[in-house]
Design a protein around this ligand. Sequence first.
Ligand SMILES: [Mn+2]
Length: 348
Amino acid sequence: MLTPENFRFAKQAGATHIVAHLVDYFRGSGKENSDDQPTGTDRGWGLAGDPDALWTLEELVQLRRNVEDAGLKLEAIENFDPAHWHDILLDGPKRAQHIENVKTILRRMGEAGIPVMGYNFSLAGVAGRTTGPYARGAADSVGMEGPYDLPLPLGMVWNMVYDPDAPEGTLPPVSHEELWRRLQAFLDEVVPVAEAAGVRLAAHPDDPPMPTVRGQPRLVYQPSLYQKLVDLSPSPANALEFCIGSLAEMTEGDIYEVVDHYSQQDRLAYIHFRNVRGKVPDYKETFIDDGEVDMVRIMKILQKNQFDGVLIPDHTPQMACAAPWHAGMAYALGYMKGVMQTLDIPSR
Ligand SMILES: [Mn+2]
């Protein structure tokens, strides 16, 4: 989707910055080049990429230039490829090599002038969601209809297959404490490199925010657990990919207090500005103006706390027309721009 035409589309819809995904989530699934967000099957979304092909400096520089040619700025890359870091998540035999992979990627991003790397430290990943006509006007949207704890097959992590030849069997569950230990070790090793490279690591909360998915623990499934992540490292390079939709799906906390609390800390790298109806394990993603969250009130809180970073729509329902993804994005962007103009928030 990272085409000159789509960059022009974003510019036309009023965007100022781009957050790019370089992972092909659908690889080998028969849904290649799809612009819909993936939900997948029990075997996940698709096949992870080439373990030996890290994103090159040339690719990253070219991407930034292509974005800038459309009059936009490249703010972030969102999500590591499981092929490049699965054994950091799993604490597996290739962990040391995968730490080097992440360090290399961060250094290249710094050199290429890309300021943020969004990531999601998760074993099961974005799994257990369903697709249906959940949104206004029976628009296809994504949600959850009950817990999903089918054990995770070997060779899978982060809802993708990194080893199609893995033996039969399932991944033994680990404890929440063990997963926090892995995150702490990851941050201890890579945050100094990110800081030196001028890149902020930005953590997404769990989506969906269940205590477990596929029988494996999750880290940030309540708002207070995000603070635990922030407090693992005092560096400004330990930042958040702050997802209002996922936070609103959590069973604890008041979303307005949560946004106020975190937006006072200068740790929000960028924001997923998304709305939702319900809580886990039964929630649905909605159009931006049609969920339970008052997004105007959210914008006012961000304004009060002088947040000046990037907001993106995250994902939206698919609209009934020839370009369902584009229409959904343009609708969300138009709404966001309208709220910003009303509150005298400048775009830059
Ligand atoms: Mn999100």
